[in-house]
Design a protein around this ligand. Sequence first.
Ligand code: AMP
Length: 442
Amino acid sequence: MNFNELGLDEALVSAIEATGYTEPTQVQVSAIPAAIAGGDLLVSSQTGSGKTAAFTLPCLNRLLGHKPAPGAGPRMLVLTPTRELAQQVEKAVKTYGRKLRWLNTACLVGGEPFFAQAKQLSRPVDVIVATPGRLIDHLQRRKLKLNDIQMLVLDEADRMLDMGFSEDIETIVAATPANRQTLLFSATLDGVVGKLAQKLTRDPQRIEILATKASSANIEQRVMIADNLGHKNRLLESLLGSEGLQQAVVFTATKRSAEEVSLSLREKGFSAAALHGDMHQTARNRTLDKLRQGRIGVLVATDVAARGIDVAGISHVINFDPPRAAEDYVHRIGRTGRAGREGIAITLSGPREIGMIRAIERYTGKPITVHVIEGLEPSARPPAAGRRPSPGGKPGGFGGGRSRDRDARPGASKGWNSDGPRGARHTSDSERGPRRARADFR
Ligand code: AMP
């Protein structure tokens, strides 16, 4: 299947070809023709599956077909849970719409000056990408009307609900015309997301992409047992010195720990920086720019702040602290192995955090292999082989054998120091937190 078989305008197909994509991903094959047909869609798809193009392309296709009436308001609205994701989506809209010279976009997210955004809205805008909190601010101050919205996209709807945006979403949707087309994308379509979907969509087509496994197929998943914090730090240092490491994202459970780990890595000579919700938006943007440019080798981040980061040079994700939920794990590891590349995800787990690793294995259906680094073996015994078979009963999962990590070793030369990356290649960008009180909870 190729892009010109999906029913897209030639201007969009040539823009896609210019990005270097040769064939559509599974979610694109399923969702693009269905969205072009005009109905509402509920799409379950994971980050990294190509979902942004799956909703952006059919929406731009529709915009292309009808010139806006003079003085008309925005016709396409995308809501995202975080600022960085909104920025990333706006960038994708511009990339795929590069042949549409008349196309104007606006990204309305918190942490950026309100009045600069309001000024942007005083001119014609076709596409708005926004986090719910800031969009509501503009609606309440009458800087924006949504009467002309034809296409509404809810991106990562599950996450928006997790972040407490349910009411805001309903307020925003009530300001759009009832005859709009609604495309809802979410990792899951069950539970609260299903209820929201029922309220917001009309006779939707359901598209389920079994992306959990597919999207992480190119990511090797490992766990290493750490006896204590000191051991964890030594493991981390050794891993960041691995052969083949280009850039890494290290996840911590709290903002404070992100700062501490990043500082300690810098003291050891790594080119590390923190990213979390307590940082000013300008500082967050600057850090992400440096990451994209390859001037930062190790980003130490909390979950929400790092969500949506799309940098091809990220070869490793290291969970310094295991995630709170299996779903967060999938988002975290999705920062590596972008656009079909290979990636490695390593979770450092205390002996008592093993339950979470098992929950993740059950959720993803994929075994996570126990690795040890020579000279840094844990004194705690990992679970005995066979006592808790990994899903599918395959050996080598968390309940299975151990494997020695030959790339990483204590005292290995640092893959990353302040001089920058070794041959890292970099592409696009990322996301971020909505209203301050809700942004990045840790
Ligand atoms: P997303 O799931 O939208 O975050 O996309 C994940 C990554 O896949 C991004 O880096 C996109 O640029 C890339 N991508 C999207 N569609 C394709 C495609 N058809 N072929 C290759 N890469 C793609």
